[in-house]
Design a protein around this ligand. Structure first.
Ligand code: AMP
Length: 256
C-alpha cells in the first residue's frame, strides 16, 4: 500500500499569534513555523503502518512556497521515505489544495491519502473532504484508530464523533483525516534528523498541473478576540450565589 500524507506549514502551535495592524491577517514575519500538528500525527500513523509491514512507501506532500520544504524534512525525519513539494507562491485555499493533492494522488497512484483533520491556522476542516469528493474515493474523517490488514484492500477506521466513536470500513483507495487521539508522534532523534537530509524531495511547479487554484473567498477582516475582563474576589460562596443571581456573567467571581 502506497501512502501519501499531506503536510502543511503553519505558525508553530506554541507561538502567540499577532494580528497585523491593518486587520488583513496574522503576522507571520519572523514567526516560528512548524508542521501542522494533525499532519504530524498523520505522518506518524503512516510510518507506523510502514513499520508494521502494511505500507510499501510513505510520501509526504506539501503545497505552497519553497520554505514548505522544512515541514517535508520534518516528515522525512519522522520516517517518511520521500517528499513532494507542489510549489507556488500564490495563496492556497482548501479547494486549491484538494485539487493539487488529487493530482498528486493520481500521479503517485496512492492507495491511501492521510491528512490532518484541520489546519490550525485556517481551522477550515475542508481539504480532506473536498479531496475525497474530487477523487470519488471513500473517506473517513477525524480518525482515532486505523486498522489495516495486509493485502485486504480495505481499512477499518474508528472515528471520533459526538459522545463516542464510530467504526467504518473503507475500500481502498481512500482518504482518511487524523484526529488528535490517533497516536502520539515520536520524538525526532538527531540521527534521524540527519538521515532525513539525505532523503529526496521532488519539487514540481503547481502551475504545471493546469488546475484552477484561484481563491474562493476574500478575507475582509481579522480581529483579536476581546480581552478577558479581570475576575473579582468575593468573600464566600453565599456572596458568589448572590452575585450570580443578580448577573450570570459574574461567573468570573471566585470565592476567596
Ligand atoms: P484545512 O481543511 O485547511 O483545515 O486542512 C486540513 C488538512 O489538509 C491539513 O491538516 C493538511 O493535512 C491538509 N492541507 C491543508 N493545506 C495544505 C497544504 N498547503 N499543503 C499540504 N497539505 C495541506
Amino acid at each position: 500500500m502506497k501512502i501519501l500524507v499531506a503536510v502543511k506549514r503553519v505558525v508553530d502551535a506554541n507561538v502567540k499569534v499577532r494580528v497585523r495592524a491593518d486587520g488583513t491577517g496574522v503576522d507571520t514575519a519572523n514567526v516560528k513555523m512548524a508542521i501542522n500538528p494533525f499532519d504530524e500525527i498523520a505522518v506518524e500513523e503512516a510510518v507506523r503502518m510502514k513499520e508494521a509491514g502494511l505500507a510499501s512507501e510513505v510520501i509526504a506532500v506539501s503545497c505552497g512556497d519553497a520554505p514548505c520544504q522544512d515541514v517535508l524534512r520534518t516528515a522525512l525525519a519522522i520516517g517518511a521515505d520521500r517528499g513532494l513539494l507542489l510549489q507556488t507562491d500564490a495563496e492556497l485555499q482548501p479547494l486549491a489544495v484538494a485539487r493539487l493533492l488529487a493530482a498528486a494522488a493520481e500521479l503517485e497512484a496512492a492507495d491511501l491519502v492521510l491528512l490532518g483533520k484541520q489546519a490550525i491556522d485556517d481551522d477550515c476542516n475542508q481539504t480532506g473532504q473536498m479531496l475525497a469528493a474530487l477523487l470519488g474515493w471513500p473517506q473517513a474523517t477525524s480518525a482515532c484508530a486505523i486498522h489495516a490488514g495486509a493485502g485486504t484492500g480495505t481499512v477499518e477506521v474508528v472515528r471520533e464523533i459526538d459522545g463516542g466513536t464510530e467504526t467504518v470500513a473503507l475500500t481502498l483507495p481512500a482518504v482518511v483525516t487524523a484526529d488528535l487521539r490517533l497516536n502520539e508522534p515520536r520524538f525526532v532523534s538527531l540521527p534521524n534528523l540527519m538521515k532525513s537530509k539525505k532523503k529526496p524531495i521532488e519539487v514540481l511547479a503547481a502551475a504545471q498541473f493546469g488546475l484552477d487554484l484561484s481563491p474562493r473567498w476574500l478575507t475582509l477582516n481579522v480581529r483579536e478576540p476581546a480581552a478577558r475582563q479581570p475576575g473579582v474576589l468575593v468573600p464566600n460562596a453565599a456572596a458568589l450565589v448572590d452575585a450570580l443571581w443578580r448577573d450570570p456573567r459574574a461567573a468570573r467571581c471566585i470565592p476567596c
